[in-house]
Design a protein around this ligand. Structure first.
Ligand SMILES: NC(=O)c1ccc[n+]([C@@H]2O[C@H](COP(=O)([O-])OP(=O)(O)OC[C@H]3O[C@@H](n4cnc5c(N)ncnc54)[C@H](OP(=O)(O)O)[C@@H]3O)[C@@H](O)[C@H]2O)c1
Length: 332
């Protein structure tokens, strides 16, 4: 990229940030307070990329809001069109982390196809997953080769053991693949508190770059031991189900209720922004990966990577607000 291209890109990013109504510059003053100065994943204003945090094992900065793609496994050109827009905007904004898995139907294949069309693979941080039956290394190698082919890339940014399936067999393989340069980081995932003990065991014994875990304002269990352990062990944290997922949608619980007054104090104007800012203001959390197949939702979510993040006191007020909500949503 030459200087003219760089200037053009900076202007484009500035224009997009303005168009979003987000305050990239305001992030400079407000972002560093998220969760305390000693955080291994300390928040920074990343210019066009919005707020970023460091991956503890390398110091590399990544934007605090990424994208989950467990519903990207679509077939038709009509279904792919909005997904192309989502991936294009993500790359244009410098928001990088895209999480997928071989288990999400055709998601890897669709992402590979769309990124090839858009020519923006190098702007993204591609994370996928791997599983195996314990002992079956050959099957695991074949799965990795297939992911690389489907995503049309020679190198993955992050490879994670999906829901800890085959973790004993896979971690030595992942270390080998990292040494060979085919993956940049490795880790493990879960989205179920039934696996928390097993996750804690792996985190305690193994040198991981990343863990991925479910955590949200409505599901704070990972905050008890997993997030503190991630800080202690200097492991980056991706958060799945940050909006409660489809089955326990936090938006459904709040219904038509307006965002609470405290949201103004950290520049959140919509409920998804409140929920995402809550998640990424935890000092151990590196990046939340809300799943979205719609540009309007993805834009809303990306706006959570700008402006201030909740302070510890504002987080407590949000938790109290949430805990006092009735089970049934407010009428519109
Ligand atoms: N064990 C694991 O490794 C594991 C397990 C679960 C999930 N994950 C990963 O985590 C990602 C996130 O989880 P998830 O997608 O299941 O749950 P989520 O991010 O909590 O919620 C996604 C749901 O929220 C909707 N949504 C997103 N943004 C919205 C907005 N601004 N306004 C209104 N609705 C909005 C989405 O609908 P639209 O599509 O219509 O926007 C979708 O129905 C997954 O995509 C996957 O990559 C990993």
């Amino acid at each position: 990229m030459n200087d003219t291209d760089r200037t053009r890109r900076r202007l484009l990013l500035a224009g997009l940030a303005t168009a979003f109504g987000t305050a990239v510059a305001a992030g400079t003053s407000g972002c560093a307070t998220a969760g305390g100065a000693a955080s291994p994943a300390r928040t920074r204003a990343g210019g066009g990329a919005g707020l970023t945090k460091a991956i503890p094992s390398s110091g590399e900065q990544v934007p605090v809001i990424g994208l989950g793609t467990n519903r990207f496994g679509v077939d038709t050109a009509e279904q792919k069109a909005p997904l192309r827009e989502v991936l294009k905007r993500l790359g244009d904004l410098g928001r990088r982390v895209v999480d997928t898995a071989p288990g999400y139907g055709r998601s890897e294949e669709v992402i590979g196809e769309l990124l090839a069309e858009l020519g923006n693979r190098d702007r993204l941080f591609l994370a996928t997953k791997i599983t195996t039956t314990d002992g079956d290394v050959a099957a695991a190698r074949a799965m990795l080769a297939q992911s690389l082919a489907r995503l049309r890339t020679h190198r993955l940014d992050l490879l994670q053991v999906h829901s800890l399936r085959g973790v004993k067999t896979l971690l030595p393989l992942l270390r080998e693949e990292k040494a060979a340069g085919r993956i940049r980081y490795y880790g493990v995932t879960t989205s179920s508190d039934e696996q928390y003990e097993a996750l804690i065991d792996v985190m305690s014994r193994e040198p991981l770059d990343f863990v991925q875990v479910d955590y949200s304002l409505g599901n704070r269990g990972a905050g008890d031991r997993i997030l503190p352990l991630a800080r202690e062990k200097k492991i980056a944290v991706l958060v799945n189900l940050p909006l409660g997922g489809r089955r326990a949608s936090l938006m459904a619980r709040v219904g038509a209720r307006p965002v609470p007054d405290v949201a103004r104090e950290f520049d959140a104007t919509t409920w998804p922004q409140v929920f995402l800012k809550y998640v990424v203001s935890h000092p151990a959390v590196t990046c939340a990966i809300p799943g979205s197949t719609r540009l309007e939702h993805s834009n809303d979510n990306q706006a959570a990577a700008s402006g201030r993040l909740p302070t510890p006191d504002q987080r407590r007020r949000l938790e109290a607000f949430w805990d006092a909500l009735p089970e049934t949503p407010a009428e519109g």
